[in-house]
Design a protein around this ligand. Sequence first.
Ligand SMILES: [Zn+2]
Length: 77
Amino acid sequence: MKNQQKCPKCASTDIVAGVELNAGGANAVHLEVCRKQLGGLVQPIEARSKATAYICCQCGFVEVYADTPSQFRSANR
Ligand SMILES: [Zn+2]
């Protein structure tokens, strides 16, 4: 829906683009990756990003994109 104004679920073209996602007032998508180290210690690694949603006004399907996704890649290593 980001690149083409068409819903992948119902094929409607009634799409609202660029809606800012607000998750519980935090205003950001939050990803936490937990790593287990040799001693059994679990170390959480955090990455945050604002997100933009695309909403189908016909069936309600929502597609969400992180505005800065590259930091999630480095947090997952
Ligand atoms: Zn739809």
